[in-house]
Ligand binder design. Structure first.
Ligand code: G3H
Length: 252
């Protein structure tokens, strides 16, 4: 059985001191023994401070991006090894905002995923179509191409235990959510694509999160679907009450 995972993507919100307050609240509210895994992904500037707060708790630490090189003259960039060193165990790769505003491509997602894995970080690989692509009937083909690009050259061992996030771009920060059925159908398609590439057993083990306007009032219905293994939460992860309510809705 796949353990549900709720990840909070804090995006470019929270100064370091604000992040500390939120991280302390997350540890307090969500450290009880239940099987749901919780990960927080603060901005780079707050990672080390939040890392100290979540250390020793069951809350995991993730970054929002990384560079694929081990080190080098890449001004402004951060490597997988640097993230591991300050306590990160997860990293979001290929978020649609990086694709839309910062030129992320399927090829760079692939390089970043390989770099993350080489440093023992678990990439949370994001895929998802824009509204035009869905309306044109291309959503499945777009997501399939993103997956194939991201996973190019990876071995079955590397894909085992990976985390994916399906985020229909039209549902991010818009208040629009994919219906549970739309989300579940795409999750099933993602799993089928992974099964064709790496085998059914590997595909059964990967977790596929849903992201896009997940809120306390829609979380239960989305997370109740057997193909939806958790959520990548943006806006609602910035307030402890809403984030905790979503995490609690993930119990199987
Ligand atoms: O990474 C999170 C997603 O972009 C969803 O963001 P949202 O919950 O604010 O729609």
């Amino acid at each position: 059985m796949r353990i549900p995972l709720i990840a909070g993507n804090w995006k470019m919100y929270k100064t370091s001191s604000e992040a500390i307050v939120l991280a302390e609240a997350v540890v307090k509210a969500l450290s009880m023994p239940d099987e749901t895994q919780v990960v927080v992904c603060p901005p780079f500037t707050a990672l080390a401070a939040v890392g100290q707060i979540v250390a020793g708790s069951k809350i995991g630490l993730g970054a929002q991006d990384l560079h694929w090189a081990k080190e080098g003259a890449y001004t402004g960039e951060v490597s997988a090894e640097m993230l591991w060193d300050i306590g990160c165990r997860y990293v979001i790769v290929g978020h649609s905002e990086r694709r839309q505003y910062f030129g992320e491509t399927n090829e760079s997602v692939n390089r970043k995923s390989l770099a993350a894995l080489a440093s023992n970080l678990t990439p949370i690989i994001c895929v998802g179509e824009i509204l035009f692509e869905r309306e044109a009937g291309h959503a499945y083909a777009v997501v399939e191409a993103q997956l194939k690009g991201a996973l190019s050259g990876l071995t079955s061992e590397q894909v085992q235990g990976l985390i994916f996030a399906y985020e229909p771009v039209w549902a991010i920060g818009t208040g629009k959510t994919a219906t549970p059925s739309q989300a579940e159908e795409m999750h099933a398609h993602i799993r089928k694509t992974i099964a064709l590439l790496f085998g059914a057993e590997i595909a059964q083990g990967v977790r596929i999160l849903y992201g896009g306007s997940v809120k306390p009032d829609n979380a239960k219905e989305l997370l109740g679907r057997s193909e939806i293994d958790g959520a990548l939460v943006g806006g609602a992860s910035l307030q402890i009450d809403s984030f905790a309510a979503i995490a609690k809705a993930a119990k199987r």
